[in-house]
Structures are given as C-alpha cells and as structure tokens.
Write a protein that binds this ligand. Structure first.
Ligand SMILES: [Zn+2]
Length: 375
C-alpha cells in the first residue's frame, strides 16, 4: 500500500538538497510503505547461531510506531534543521530491533556487532574510523603469535622466510567436510611407538614434548620417525564444522626429510593418561624445559581404537608454514579431562591458526583399514 506523501502547499522556498536526499533515502528504504509495527514482539535471534537475518526494516521495529510519514512530513515542512536527525533516529531504533523487548542493549559494542552482522554495515558506514584496520608496518622484532600485530594474518610480513604463510597454496590447517572427501580404501597406518623419554618444553607457542626414543609410523611405503608432539587449543582442524577443544600434533620426519604430522583430536571426557604425564612435568615459563623420567612416554597410549583417518597434503601450521607435509588426521578423538583442558588453556588461551583455503586439494577419507593396523 505505497502511498505518496501529500504535497503541502507552502510558500517556503524549494527543499534544501539535504532534505531531498533524506526523503529519497527513506523512500528507497521502503519506510513509507511499511505497515504499523506488529503488536507481538519480534523474535529474539539465537546468539551466535545461524547468521542474523538482514537488517530488520526500520519501521517494523518496536518503538518506531510513531507515524513516520507524519514525522517526515513535519521534517519536510518545517524549517527546523534539527529534524534532519530523523534519519539517524531510525537507524538507532532499528539497531535495537533484535533485542528482546525490555532488555537492555548490550554494553559491549563488539558483542553487539558480532551478534548482529546486519548492523556492521551501518556502523562501518557511520563510523569508519572506529573499525578501520591500521596499516602500520610491522616491526621486524615482532615475535609471531596468535593475536595482535604478530598474529596469523601478519606472519608473512614478519620475516622474509615466513612468506609461504601468505603465498602458499597448500596451507594447513583446513576445514574437512565429509561430503567433499575422496572416499575409498586406504592402507592402515602402521604405528611403531615404544616407551621413551624426552623433554617437555614451553616454547612460547605451545607445550612440546621432544622425544628421544625409537618411535615411527609407516604409511605409503615410507617410514617417518617421531620428532616431537605438541598441542593446540582449540584444535586447528575443523571436521564437519566441528571445532574440538584441543588437538595433539605428532610431527614425524622421513629419512628423505619429508614431514608427516599425525593429528589426534581431543574431546572432553575422562582424564588422558599420556597428557597427565606431560602436564605433570609441564614447564610454566617460556623457554623453560623439564626432562622426563626414562621410558615414561608411550605415544601409543593416546591412539584411539578406531584408526581410520583423513589424509591430505598441507603445511606446518606455524611459521615458516613449510609445505609438502603429509597430514594424517585420526577421525576418532581421544579424551581429555576438563581439568587437563583448563591447565593448558590457562597457559595458551588460543594457539590455533585459522583454517586455510583448500585450493582444490583432495582430502582422502580412508574408509577401510587393513588388519594389523594397531600396534
Ligand atoms: Zn601443531
């Protein structure tokens, strides 16, 4: 029921350009054609669930029942320049439109923006200075990390040898979706892990266990020796849109220098015996290290019973992001207790690189396991 505004006879001079622009904007926004606001409150959007719907039409928002037409008419007909605020007023009302009736607007503007993507555009349009990213050059002495100016998006700028982090086309981690994998038989990974000793290191990016024993895995006709294992919180790889709270990466190297990383996802449950041994000897300070008692670590302890896996070619997930890494991601997660999780997350609240573009790489989903895969 689009209605045109009645033209009021007036002896006033022609409308100033600003007001014409305002009228054009409001008409284009459909404001003039909206029904009065519904009597029932608007549904409250699920926080952090599916993306919020597009910005609610302003005139449907509770609190803007005032006849906008008459406001607009007043603005057009009066000489009062303050009526030009009408445009901003409508924006603000609509910004509050996703909230439950009577609820206070969120105090944290960032929270608010995250919950209402539709609003971001308005905010950016009105206040570009507050959201613009600084383009300041990164200091050469900036250490790499997971946030701020040493964060993942800046790694390639920190050192020339980190350039692959940005230029690489076969980077890790990735998001794996079962619907897109190459399903078919694949050989079992043959694990050869033995009781070992080693050293627990806090390297400033993670807790890492450097092993000294005879540990290896064999796959695709190649044997890879275990060098170290370490942890990420949350898990870096995303499996069918799921993010696990942690992952353990077991870094292996072949005699020819090729890397193979075995990923064991961790989900909250009973205490993990292997992790308990590592945490017991966890160094707290960066660069601190704690030697482990002889034969304490048996990596086989953490392997899940079901050893089917995903396989793809990727990179290190930390600088220098070297490519050519064979990734083996066990599909069945192992367990970690809430207490074990909490201890690591207190040291490393976030040490996960965001997922990288697949760029057409195939991901194999090893459906079948030949007998004898388990050590
Ligand atoms: Zn890792």
């Amino acid at each position: 029921m689009a209605r045109t505004l009645p033209m009021t006879k007036s002896s006033r001079p022609p409308l100033p350009t600003a007001r014409l622009a305002l009228l054009t904007f409001l008409l284009a926004s459909g404001v003039h054609a909206q029904e009065p606001a519904p009597a029932t409150p608007l549904p409250v959007p699920e926080p952090a669930a599916t993306p919020a719907p597009a910005a609610t039409p302003p005139a449907r928002v509770e609190g803007t029942r005032i006849d906008i037409e008459s406001q607009l008419r007043d603005a057009m007909n009066s000489g009062d320049p303050t009526k030009k605020k009408l445009n901003l007023l409508i924006d603000r009302k609509s910004a509050a439109g996703g909230l439950a009736p009577g609820s206070a607007p969120p105090l944290n503007p960032v929270d608010h923006l995250q919950r209402e993507p539709g609003l971001v555009i308005r905010q950016q349009r009105n206040a570009p200075a507050a959201t613009a990213k600084p383009a300041a050059p990164v200091s050469k002495n900036t250490p790499w990390g997971y946030e701020g100016e040493g964060g993942p998006g800046q790694w390639a700028r920190l050192k020339p040898e980190f350039s692959t982090c940005a230029k690489g086309q076969r980077q890790s981690p990735i998001a794996i979706d079962d619907a897109d994998t190459l399903k078919g038989p694949a050989e079992a990974i043959a694990f050869n892990y033995t009781p070992s000793s080693g050293t627990v290191v806090n390297n400033g990016h993670t807790i890492e266990v450097q092993l000294s024993g005879d540990n290896s895995l064999t796959v695709r006709g190649q044997t890879y020796r275990l060098q170290q294992f370490h942890f990420h919180h949350p898990a870096e790889e995303r499996i069918n849109s799921r993010v696990y709270p942690m992952v353990a990466h077991f870094v292996h190297r072949s005699d020819t220098g090729q890397l193979a990383v075995l990923a064991v996802l961790l989900e909250e449950g009973p205490s993990n015996p292997l992790i308990q041994k590592v945490w017991t000897h966890m160094p707290l300070d960066v660069k601190d290290h704690v030697p482990l008692p002889a034969d304490l670590i048996h990596v086989g302890e953490i392997l899940p019973r079901d050893q089917r896996y995903y396989q793809y070619m990727g990179s290190l997930t930390t600088p220098p992001c070297t490519e050519g890494v064979l990734w083996l991601i066990l599909k069945q997660p192992a367990s970690i207790s809430a207490e074990q999780l909490r201890l690591f997350s207190q040291l490393y609240p976030n040490n996960a690189r965001p997922v990288q573009s697949l760029n057409g790489r195939p991901v194999r989903d090893a459906l079948l396991i030949a007998p004898g895969g388990r050590p």
